[in-house]
Design a protein around this ligand. Sequence first.
Ligand SMILES: [Zn+2]
Length: 113
Amino acid sequence: MHEFSVTQSLIELCEQEAKKNDLKKVYRIHLRLGKFTGFSSESIKFYFNYLKPETRCQDAEITFEEIPIKVQCRACKKTSTIEEPIMLCPECGGTDIEIISGREFYVDSIEGE
Ligand SMILES: [Zn+2]
C-alpha cells in the first residue's frame, strides 16, 4: 500500500508542474526509481491509472528508469551493484556499507502540451 500514497503525491506534483508550465494535458511522465526504495513500478502504474481520471494526467503514461543499488564498503572500499536491498558487502561480507545510489524517486521530466 506504500505505493498508493506515493502515487498520490506524484499526481499532485505533476498537476502542479503542468499548471506551472501551462500544460493542459500531460502525455508522459518520466520517473527515476531507485531499487532501494522497494517501490514496485507495476503498483505505481496500477495506482496511477486508478487516480489519473479528471486530472491533467488522465491520458498520461509513466515510463520508469530503474536505478540499481550501488554500495560502497567502508571496510574493503569496493563499490558493488546489488540486486536486493541487503546491507551486506558482496566482496568481503562486511556490514559497514554506504549506499551511493538506488534511493532515487523523482520525476525526471514531464511531456505534454
Ligand atoms: Zn567489503
